[in-house]
Write a protein that binds this ligand. Sequence first.
Ligand code: SF4
Length: 388
Amino acid sequence: MFRILEPIPESLVYRYRPDAFRALYNNILREKLPWYYSVLLGEKPAKFLIARSVEAPLNPYDESLSLEELWAVHDKLALEHRGLWLDIREGLESFRGEEPRFSYLDVKIAIARKMLGKCELCEWRCGADRASGKIGVCRVAGDAIVYSFFHHMGEEAPLVPSGTIFYGGCPFRCVFCQNWEISQLKGSDYVKMPPKMLAAVQESLAGTGARNINHVGGEPTPHIPFIIESLKYLKVNVPQLWNSDMYMTPEAMKLLKDIIDIWLPDFKYGNDECARRLSKVKNYYTVVKRNHLEAYDGGLGDMIVRHLVLPNHIECCTRHVVEWLSKNAPRAVLNLMDQYRPDYLVLKEPEKYKDISRRLTRREFEEAMKISRDYGYTLIVEELLIIP
Ligand code: SF4
């Protein structure tokens, strides 16, 4: 079951980014992302395996159980999982890997299936009956929609090669979306994947050297029920990574928290108005801050937070995001991204979105870097990795 990373043969070194190699041996990153590294190196079991070992007191698939009853069982088992995870993390207990007939993970699966009948996984809470094939605001119905899966070599250095699965659909309508064919389900070249196939995809990615399974899109949130169920069948110990806009409801966060080993959240905007105008969502700032706090977990959650610096949004967005993170998630690794380019609706209506109708200037990115340093963030991934 446990996957030990073999020393990589020299003949394969050229396929990896040199900074991805250095990241494996970078002590600062290993201190910042301790759980992720311990699972990656095969020293600890991924959280979903621990969830599979916590016994449920009943059959959660019993149709007579209500959602409220299932949540009550879930929350009790969450405490048990927490204690076991902390003991395993601290080396106080070794993981035995025994799997009961029904586990904490089964309870999560049963809840997620029930939620499909009236979906409230993201803060749209649109209530679509996806179990009957109805489509939600995110454009996703009752199946996992996968556009592609592969070893992503362009992610942050500690994650590369990242076993990335691109799911279709998204609750956001970002006017500058670079993946709009996937997020808005405009491209027809996708596969509907049942959970067992999703598990097989993860095994093939992990078995060929992926350091993690990177659930992304579009947005993975609408796919939570299928992803959780895939973990019931997954036979390899590999860190689960959540690469998300973080617009989930508290219920969705509860389902995810005990199965995600490392978070790769996207913190786009520093206020609600920019989010409303550019991504067409309400209450963005409140929701995303709440979910970052939950993922950060008082410093126990491993996180690499991404902030895409937008032109003309340094003061209203970058400054607020970095300031909030520095106060509320100081141990998180921050990745400021400079690769914004106008795309999708911004290209069609540049006058309407004048503020973001051009690329970022060098001066703007330097200003964003300065703000980050002023708030104590020297811990930008690229900077870390030039440390010898
Ligand atoms: S995930 Fe999709 S279906 Fe579910 S509440 Fe959000 S928009 Fe609606």
